[in-house]
Design a protein around this ligand. Structure first.
Ligand SMILES: C[S@@+](CC[C@H](N)C(=O)[O-])C[C@H]1O[C@@H](n2cnc3c(N)ncnc32)[C@H](O)[C@@H]1O
Length: 225
């Protein structure tokens, strides 16, 4: 089992701090009882344990939380980074997605490095791959899914608008996210019932795709109780 797989006994940690003569003050956690961190990772001076050991808690299970969309899946259109896909598998596991469709170059759990980033979620999340993400999108529509893309552009509506969240209620939604640079293929966007954006207030025009996916997957799946 991976070290942070669900429902393990809580791991215990303890703070070390670089507090000796001339120390830089860095305070950081190490596993309780671990010899690691005896030298400060910043300045190399000796560190000391400070304060008591503490458990690192997992989030409570959410089985009793009312669902918002009746069914939720995801289509990953040509996501090139293994880290992003692993992170999205972890989100898919956490949210309880029914299906993840991996289109085009998106790495699948068959990739030798996949488990390192998905940390066990690769065995709990149902998935299928298709070399052609457009064909996969059409198949999802034929299977009764509504495609809802996360993307900017002229059709995009704010995901947090009340009518958008209302419209998600009790639907079968396949959330579509796109390539880290080029975004969702326009031919796939044309098949989408909704195109939704997450508002950006800083200098950047988009979020990391796995972060955007996490925000949207939770917003669409958990009803405010
Ligand atoms: C990094 S973005 C692609 C680049 C983006 N088209 C741009 O010009 O900045 C990768 C994917 O993340 C999702 N995404 C990232 N930020 C988003 C946002 N603020 N609203 C909606 N989708 C977003 C979309 O699915 C998008 O296709």
């Amino acid at each position: 089992m991976p070290p942070d797989s669900h429902r393990n006994e809580p791991r215990r940690f303890r703070a070390r701090q670089c507090v000796g003569e001339g120390g830089c003050g860095l305070r950081f956690p190490v596993d309780d009882g671990s010899p690691l961190g005896a030298s400060c990772p910043h300045c190399g001076l000796p560190t000391s344990f400070v304060d008591d050991a503490y458990p690192s808690h997992e989030a409570p299970r959410g089985d009793a939380v009312p669902r918002h969309a009746a069914r939720l899946g995801a289509l990953l259109d040509n996501i090139r980074s293994l880290r992003n896909v692993g992170s999205m598998f972890r989100t898919a596991d956490g949210v309880g997605l029914e299906l993840v469709v991996l289109g085009g170059v998106t790495p699948t759990p068959a990739h030798p490095g996949f488990a390192k980033t998905a940390l066990g979620a690769e065995s709990s999340v149902p998935w299928r791959g298709d070399a052609d993400a457009l064909r996969a999108a059409s198949q999802c529509v034929q299977d009764g899914w509504e495609l809802w893309a996360l993307e900017g552009g002229p059709r995009a509506r704010n995901l947090f608008a009340a009518d958008v969240l209302d419209a998600a209620k009790d639907r079968a939604i396949m959330l579509v996210v796109g390539h880290e640079v080029s975004g969702v293929d326009p031919r796939i966007l044309a098949l989408c019932r909704e195109v939704l954006y997450l508002p950006m207030v800083g200098v950047k025009g988009s979020l990391n795709v796995s972060v955007a996916f996490g925000v949207a997957a939770y917003a669409l799946s958990c009803r405010v109780a």
